[in-house]
Design a protein around this ligand. Structure first.
Ligand code: SF4
Length: 312
């Protein structure tokens, strides 16, 4: 069982993504508090720490935290927008501290689309440099992509572009957009994806990755939108493997211990053979009430295979 601890180390950023789910409040975690939390989670048996939102590379203590996590034998990785790591000296500093893995957030293979979504001209170019620097420093790279209206029809092209440019990248993660705390502007609302539009390009991307021996996950994804790839749903995997995670927020929520992975479903879901392992969508009532579902019919063997694939 892989239990993962997500920690927000600051709440400011050098990008301004329209759909950012954790708006700036200027908070930072202190070095001492961080060490205290890390020791506590090590004792609770957590084996992975993920440095995350807004932008961990803007915390001057980041190399010291990475060094400390290695000292107590905790695996580490960070999620980054790839702005700071475009500087090879900065990247090398993180490599010297023993950073193991970076998830870079790439929204599109098209620079204009990415720069529009980050609201930061030149961010795509820096991101490509960051991936290059990371791989050159011996740090593994994985790609995170938030699915949204502006990339929903070319998710497959983005994956093909990145794997051709950077063959060592072996793992991709797609996140369904979380609208709860994003900016309340017309542009931000316009980023909400059309699920039927992204389904073909997402499934093409998944098939391509499978055929090229790569792996992938999809977060907050109803299983009827990834037919044949159900095992890749992060929430389904957590339901099947009985996993938990703790997220440390730098706001009034502070610590959230997640052990439940399902959301209230539609009436139609009751007839679906995937109902017990599907988490449906987050925030249906408020934001995603335009999304339809497609109840699935599976044989006992097909259902058993999904469970076995996840456990394997
Ligand atoms: S119909 Fe409902 S339970 Fe079935 S896969 Fe779709 S969202 Fe999940």
């Amino acid at each position: 069982m892989a239990n993962i601890w997500y920690i927000q180390v600051n709440r400011h950023c050098n990008n301004a993504c329209h759909f950012c789910s954790n708006p700036s409040n200027g908070n930072n975690i202190s070095y001492e508090r961080w060490i205290e939390l890390l020791d506590d989670f090590k004792e609770r048996g957590y084996d992975w720490i993920i440095f995350t939102w807004w932008e961990p590379t803007l915390s001057p203590d980041l190399p010291k935290w990475i060094e400390y996590s290695k000292k107590i034998w905790m695996n580490n990785r960070m999620i980054s927008n790839g702005m700071m790591c475009a500087n090879p000296k900065f990247m090398q500093r993180l490599a010297d501290a023993w950073l193991e893995l970076v998830h870079f957030s790439v929204y599109s293979c098209y620079d204009k689309v990415h720069d529009f979504l980050t609201d930061t001209p030149g961010s795509w170019k820096k991101l490509m440099l960051s991936i290059t620097n990371s791989l050159n420093s011996g740090i593994r790279v994985q790609i995170n992509t938030v699915i949204n209206h502006y990339n929903e029809t070319h998710l497959d092209k983005t994956v093909q572009f990145l794997t051709k440019l950077f063959p060592p990248i072996r793992h991709f993660v797609w996140n369904n957009l979380d609208p709860e705390m994003m900016r309340k502007t017309d542009t931000a609302w316009s980023t909400l994806p059309n699920f039927d539009n992204f389904k073909p390009s997402l499934n093409n991307a998944m098939t391509y990755l499978t055929e090229t021996g790569r792996t992938f996950r999809a977060e907050k994804m109803p299983l009827c939108y990834v037919p044949g790839h159900e095992w890749c749903s992060t929430e389904t995997r957590k339901i099947v493997k009985d996993e938990e995670r703790i997220v440390y927020f730098l706001d009034e929520r502070e610590m959230i211990h997640e052990v439940e992975w399902g959301h209230e479903k539609l009436e139609k879901c009751k007839t679906c053979d995937l109902n017990s392992i599907c988490s449906w969508v987050y925030e249906y009532e408020q934001f995603y009430n335009y999304v339809d579902v497609y109840p699935q019919k599976l044989t006992k063997e097909e259902r058993k295979k999904i469970i076995e694939d996840i456990k394997r």
